[in-house]
Ligand binder design. Sequence first.
Ligand code: MG
Length: 402
Amino acid sequence: MLGKEGNRGKIIFDMDGVITGEECYWNTASLVVWELLYSKRYLGLEPEANLPEFKTDVTPGEIASIRKVVFQEEKVITFIKKRAVNSNWDLAFLTFGYQLMLLLKALSGKGLENTAWVKGKKKGIDLEHLRTFSRLLMSLHGAWSPSFDAILGNWAGEARGMELMQELSAQLPVRYWELGETTFNSFSPLWKGVQEIFQEWYFGEEKYRKFYHREPAVPGKRGLISDEKPVLPVEKIKATLEKLVKKGWMLGIATGRPLNELYLPLESMGIWGLFDRGSIATYDDVQKAEQSLKAEGQKISLGKPHPFSFLKAYWGEGFKEKELVFSTVLRPQPGKCWIVGDSLADLMAAREMGAFFIGVLSGHSGADSKILFHKEGARLVLPDITYIPHYLAEINGPASRQ
Ligand SMILES: [Mg+2]
């Protein structure tokens, strides 16, 4: 907790694209979209010639071709990430959700009115409903298939983060708007379903059972977690963090990863111990805070670009969750809190909480983020984290260089 540490400065790191790699999450997200569209358990579409039939034992080559099609050679990932969508569950949800929205439009007037989704009124679409849509799909006589590139040309405007999901429902026929709103948000049964399938692919059957104490809906997945790789050689990451600790900085983390998806890779890289345990905020903290607000009737999404996770990592246990969410007075002293991130969502969160932002170009959009980071007010834009000790020493004056 910061209070005990006096005025020591703190550097809070985003993880994916900064320290840990995001590749295996994107592979996972593409498999989720593929399963929802082509597995008989869900929509059960006939796969196009460039995609394999649904199965659980996918080879690395098949994963690569699925990702290439689903994300259109990464264009879809870039499109979504540029709009400050941080979580890879949201990436999978938005990519699938957009196809589902196109399908619902095509099914309008083909019997969609008689499905459990419409009859169930306010509950929103869940995974069970998808199977009923697959029956209606037969009435289209193969006239509908996913267009993965459609998302790229269809969302004009400045919609960012969760607003993108609202844009989805606004594109449905008017009479489904209200129903659509219950589906295309991050508290919906469908979002939860997408997250479940994501975790099954990411952990694989064995680890899924171990972490969640239940059986996966579809057994036989090997788990992409074993493909995790850092963005830089581990020795370089470790040496950089050790230098910063030696200079007196406290190191924290604010990540959209759950704790178990953070601890395992950092521990195996041998850098877990360099972070201050009280300065680590994960998806578990976000979820806990969201749930306690929801219990009071307030549905607020606290994932990035909301600054909650950075505030939590900075202020530790010093403030209650509600104080962190609603207070606008908790601003760190200038230069005492540095946020290191690779995305617009991180930058927006840093700006909102009054922290200095270092944009690193080691993430997905690489050097393309440089102009955006400068335009949006980043203090520093650096190729990767290894440059941080030098630049922070320059900024903080000669004394800190000794
Ligand atoms: Mg990131």
